[in-house]
Design a protein around this ligand. Structure first.
Ligand code: DGL
Length: 278
């Protein structure tokens, strides 16, 4: 077997990163994946850059023990707050966050450059999306909106119906009608709410979901360096969490859009113990 068969690491504050994992696995079925969800310490979406940076570096160090070839930061908040800490403290580990690929796509497809980004409070506060979009399109105007309740709606499975429409509708009304031509989902959980969002916004407004754009960026990175796995069959995936593996396994099908029951292993919060056999 040629190519690089080492696993791709996927890190998230918890379960939402499975939307990114799914896009990666669909695009790169031959790869092995090691997913780590920091379920003991979520939500990241309200935490400070110092804290999220520390958590992300700890998680990355543990995954490096497993010899990952690349780390995908599948969490928007960690991509916004921790990417620079990771690059400074672990320069040998290539990292791809979800913000840059989503911002690039947004800059390319927005008709007028006026876009709205729905995200967590900490991602909004960081200004990371607006800055990344402006790097690709300096005249763009990004309106950022913190939508913390949408994380809970997605985890609860209330993605469609009256409650979802009421909460999503209320957030969208905070954006002036006609003030944006592209809607960016700046949080891992929000892709589950796309069917309801579609009902509430004009049909010609594209919705950018960073999962697919990030998967394409990962493929390009690995392909460009000859690091794609070239095994004949499908790769394997392992799932680690820092708390409540049962809850993760129960909610996972919702994020993966499949009934397959995952086997999930526990690592301790200090990220010092690798699960046996996991
Ligand atoms: N994964 C986080 C994000 O994409 C949402 C959940 C959290 O706040 O931890 O921003």
């Amino acid at each position: 077997m040629s190519g690089d068969s080492r696993a791709i690491g996927v890190f998230d504050s918890g379960i939402g990163g499975l939307t990114v994992y799914k896009a990666l696995r669909d695009l790169l079925p031959r790869e092995d994946f090691l997913y780590l969800g920091d379920t003991a310490r979520l939500p990241y979406g309200t935490k400070s850059p110092e804290t999220v940076g520390r958590y992300a570096v700890q998680a990355a160090r543990l995954m490096m023990v497993e010899d990952i070839k690349l780390l995908v930061i599948a969490c928007n908040t960690a991509s916004a707050l921790a990417l620079s800490a990771l690059q400074e403290q672990l320069p040998e580990l290539p990292c791809i966050g979800v913000i840059e690929p989503g911002a690039k796509r947004t800059a390319e497809i927005s008709a007028t450059g006026r876009v709205a980004v729905l995200a967590t409070e900490s991602t909004v506060r960081s200004g990371a999306y607006a800055a990344a979009i402006a790097r690709h399109r300096p005249e763009a105007k990004a309106r950022m909106l913190a939508c913390n309740l949408l994380v809970a709606l997605a985890e609860e499975g209330w993605c469609e119906g009256a409650e979802a429409e009421a909460v999503i509708g209320r957030y969208l009304r905070l954006l002036e009608p006609g003030s944006f031509d592209t809607l960016v989902l700046g949080c891992t959980h929000f892709p589950l709410l796309i069917p309801t969002m579609r009902k509430l916004i004009a049909a010609d407004i594209p919705i950018v979901d960073s999962a697919a754009t990030t998967a394409a960026a990962v493929r390009d990175h690995l392909e460009g360096r000859g690091l794609l796995a070239e095994r004949p069959g499908q790769g394997n995936s392992r799932f680690w969490v820092t708390d409540s593996p049962e809850r993760f396994a129960k909610l996972a099908p919702r994020f993966l859009d499949s009934d397959f029951r995952l086997s999930v292993n526990l690592v301790d919060t200090r990220f010092e113990r690798i699960p046996a056999g996991g």
